[in-house]
Design a protein around this ligand. Structure first.
Ligand code: AMP
Ligand code: ZN
Length: 148
């Protein structure tokens, strides 16, 4: 296995930094100079994995652009591998940014979640919201807050 330089940014109390340092075990799938991919131990579907940057950052807002770019490219690579090796029908990428957005580990990561059609055993996931038409005035108001 290739050896990579230690990350520039490490947090002492971070379990994902410890996985990168190989101080904690993980089922590693892939790695490159900037990222590491490994299995999630509480999988939402069969094959659910995580991609993390080697450099510690707390979340999507804090991560350096170069680390984010490398992380999303690794997620793309892993999604393609899932389609090929696990014969999944699709893949979801998920990032939780902030405790109120379900983030529980504060080292930026992207969930790479293979999806299996009509297979509740391997894939029990359902959309967490019910899509329905929104209030146009409120949609416009939110757009203005985001653009003003
Ligand atoms: P999030 O809730 O988006 O912060 O995701 C954190 C994910 O990390 C969860 O899906 C956990 O199951 C997963 N996780 C936590 N500890 C470990 C670990 N030691 N090895 C692999 N996955 C982990
Ligand atoms: Zn970390």
């Amino acid at each position: 296995m290739a050896e990579f330089a230690p990350p520039e940014h490490v947090a002492d109390d971070c379990i994902f930094c410890k996985i990168i340092a190989r101080e904690l075990p993980a089922f590693v799938l892939d790695e490159d100079e900037h990222t590491l991919s490994f299995m999630d131990i509480n999988p939402g579907t069969r094959g659910h994995a995580l991609v993390i940057p080697r450099n510690h950052s707390q979340d999507l807002i804090a991560i350096e652009p170069a680390d984010l770019q490398a992380t999303i490219l690794s997620a793309q690579r892993l999604a393609a591998r899932m389609k090929d090796r696990l014969q999944c029908d699709g893949v979801n990428l998920l990032n939780c940014c902030g405790a109120d957005a379900w983030q529980t580990v504060f080292h930026t990561h992207i969930h790479v979640i293979p999806r299996y059609k009509d297979d509740p055993e391997r894939d029990p996931l359902r959309l967490p919201w019910i899509p329905k038409p929104g209030d146009m005035a409120d949609i416009e108001a939110a757009a203005q807050e985001l653009t003003a």
